[in-house]
Design a protein around this ligand. Sequence first.
Ligand SMILES: [Fe+2]
Ligand SMILES: [Fe+2]
Length: 384
Amino acid sequence: MNHVRNFIRHLVSAVSGSSLYSPEHLQVVRLTQDAFANLQRVLEEKEDLELMVLDDELICDTVPIEGSMYLDRFIRMLSEKGIGHVRIGRQVEFPELQSLIRVLAGQGGSGAEISSSEHIRIGKVEIHASSTDEYGDAPNDPADALELWEVPDYEREVFVKLRECIQGNRKPSMPGINRVVRSFIRAFSRVSSPHRALSLLRALDEYTFTHSTNVCILNLAQATAMGVDGPSLHEIGVAGMLHDIGKLFVPEDILSKPGQLSDAERDIIKRHPVQGAHYLLDVPGVPKLAVVCAYEHHMKFDGTGYPARREGWRQNLCSHMTTISDCFDALRTTRVYRGAVDGAVVAEMIAEKAGTDFHPVLARNFLRILFDPHAGGTLRGSES
Ligand SMILES: [Fe+2]
Ligand SMILES: [Fe+2]
């Protein structure tokens, strides 16, 4: 994260220099070169750098970056241009960074074109208004997705295998889950708003399996409405799918007990985030985000919840999303120990708990998706 901070510091200096002098000025060129060198250092470690503005926070690969003077200025620069999302690929070239700097410096008149280049993708994202997503590339091989009607059988098979692997102390493989998530993302790309995609939600069938699917779909709806796309969107879906994997370690009679749980039984259930994260850590191909999310999905925005966290722990953005999806789905579906709660009542509860249990911006985003059929961004592929 230090390299990212250094890159942003140099980028902000280059933008400031560029708004004072011409882009060809020696000083500006030198600052841009420094920014480019730092960017290359970041991209030595990862395929691409993904930055997103959420409220007043800058999120890098779904993790908030701690504030500094430069970060605040960078967030302001992006917000003033209506930019909510920037993705820079490893092959980025110097002139592409120069034109990003020109855009951020407001050069080229008030109507300065904000357009993506081959390796710098710019998304105009707004959580509170309709958004546009300009990313054109596809997440990992959508051709390998299933047709929607094929998903339930395939998915059931994947979860049965997962359960068998856990019971037999074996590691499962990831492609099954990836294929299911790809199918939902492809279905999402065909509808015009995340609200419509909610029709993919399932009624209760087998709780853990249906719930995992629903949390995946709700995560995808939230992330899509915020303009997230590509590999990050896929990982957020996978994280939703696997968030409760630790429940497969909890004896079935406790999970389906109709009456009150004893303290000991409640303690067993409360272990599922840690057990799930431990398990996923060793499964090849599982994104780190899914491990983090399995661990954090019962933590609350105000620092309560479980497992207990160290002072200063920053909960991942995807975990915040999953907490909302999780709560919504758990309440709206019928469980053995109580009836389903009406959707409007659940929404009211989410609104009430924004800022305590839930990330307030994400909670607002979620409620908009639920109630406004036109909420969120234009989904990739929906224009074509
Ligand atoms: Fe859970
Ligand atoms: Fe859950």
